[in-house]
Write a protein that binds this ligand. Structure first.
Ligand SMILES: NC(=O)c1ccc[n+]([C@@H]2O[C@H](COP(=O)([O-])OP(=O)(O)OC[C@H]3O[C@@H](n4cnc5c(N)ncnc54)[C@H](OP(=O)(O)O)[C@@H]3O)[C@@H](O)[C@H]2O)c1
Length: 323
């Protein structure tokens, strides 16, 4: 079967190989899923670079998000059944034609969720919901709270802006380009500001939800957060950690991390099912819809990865493992 493989850490465009892999039968308690579409997310590529080398075992098949149809089930599996559309989660491996997962890590996908929505219904919607929940735990009501969202032009940034506005917060999307600021102003509620010297001195924030890290996050912590505020980090698109000096200089701020994988592995199946139900609701209303820039056959992975690295990319890329 068509598959991908990372055998050494490095630049994703150089180390993710297209390979012909053996298709094995599901064992007891396992199901085989024929994958229909998989997403390319920043979080798929970070482990490939070796950033988490201590907890990443080589070789591995990348891809944490996508959906497919159950083709075969192993002994003892009651549900799902062959023919069911499912979202297999809990481990990487979706950038290939067929995936074997334990049945308890497959979640039912309602028929009315279209293919592109199905391929993007997990990572960003569930993380956005958890980030809002973390804010609620600190502040209670988010009504009129001034919440900054960095990299607000990202797929999850747009979801966060909509969720915050829906909760009555003053949502402020902080972006790095005028193009993104204009698009944000047009497409999502809340305000958009450029993260530059003109805007920063005027920002007064109760909380920041950050996916950028690096010196920029340090500036935001030192210059924009009100005493008693919150800083939640959930990404590091700059490739650089948040400076420790900035964290130490603000003992009045509550710092935390949020990683979807940790939550999914500790929350229990019922909580994950409830979160998926909210994701489907949000997809039906448009709240969680991601703009799709292009769908590539898996056999054209090179082109897809080049497009993913293009700073002008305008939306999510999906892979079709069937071709
Ligand atoms: N912790 C978790 O469990 C978790 C879960 C989901 C997502 N995330 C993180 O969330 C982030 C966004 O994911 P996504 O899927 O929404 O990504 P995406 O849709 O691919 O969007 C990436 C966008 O972020 C902006 N960006 C990239 N580098 C930037 C930088 N250095 N400074 C400012 N903006 C930058 C760019 O927007 P412009 O067009 O405005 O330049 C780019 O288009 C990633 O870091 C990802 O790892 C974490």
């Amino acid at each position: 079967m068509r598959s991908t493989l990372v055998s050494q850490f490095g630049d994703p465009r150089q180390v993710i190989a297209l390979v012909d892999a053996e298709r094995r039968a599901p064992g007891p308690g396992e199901v085989e899923v024929a994958l229909s579409l998989a997403a390319i997310n920043p979080s798929d590529l970070i482990p490939v670079t070796g950033a988490y080398s201590a907890r990443t075992t080589l070789p591995f098949v990348p891809g944490f998000e996508g959906f497919g149809t159950v083709t075969r089930i192993g002994a003892g599996v009651q549900s799902p059944k062959p023919g069911d559309r499912v979202i297999p989660i809990g481990a990487s491996g979706l950038w290939q034609e067929y995936l074997i997962r334990p049945s308890e890590w497959c979640f039912a996908l309602p028929d009315d969720i279209g293919d592109a929505d199905a391929a993007t219904c997990y990572v960003n919607p569930l993380t956005a919901l958890q980030l809002i929940e973390a804010l609620r735990q600190q502040f209670g009501s988010l009504e009129r709270r001034r919440i900054g969202v960095t990299a607000a032009g990202s797929a999850i940034g747009g979801m966060l802006m909509k969720l915050l506005a829906g909760a009555g917060a003053d949502a402020i999307g902080i972006v790095r380009s005028k193009r993104s600021a204009d698009r944000l102003t047009r497409d999502v509620p809340g305000r958009a500001v450029l993260g530059d010297e003109r805007s920063l001195p005027e920002l007064r924030l109760d909380a920041i939800i950050d996916a950028v890290g690096g010196p920029f996050a340090g500036e935001l912590i030192l210059r924009t957060l009100e005493p008693g505020g919150a800083f939640i980090q959930y990404g590091a698109l700059s490739g650089v950690p948040v400076p420790q000096g900035a964290i130490q200089a603000r003992p009045d701020i509550r710092f935390s991390f949020l990683w979807l994988r940790s939550w999914v592995h500790s929350a229990g199946r019922a909580a994950v099912e409830a979160a998926f139900a909210k994701s489907f609701e949000g997809l039906r209303s448009g709240l969680f819809s991601s703009r799709i820039a292009e769908i590539y056959p898996l056999s054209r992975l090179d082109e897809a990865l080049a497009h993913q690295a293009d700073p002008g990319r305008d939306g999510k890329l999906l892979l079709d493992p069937r071709c």
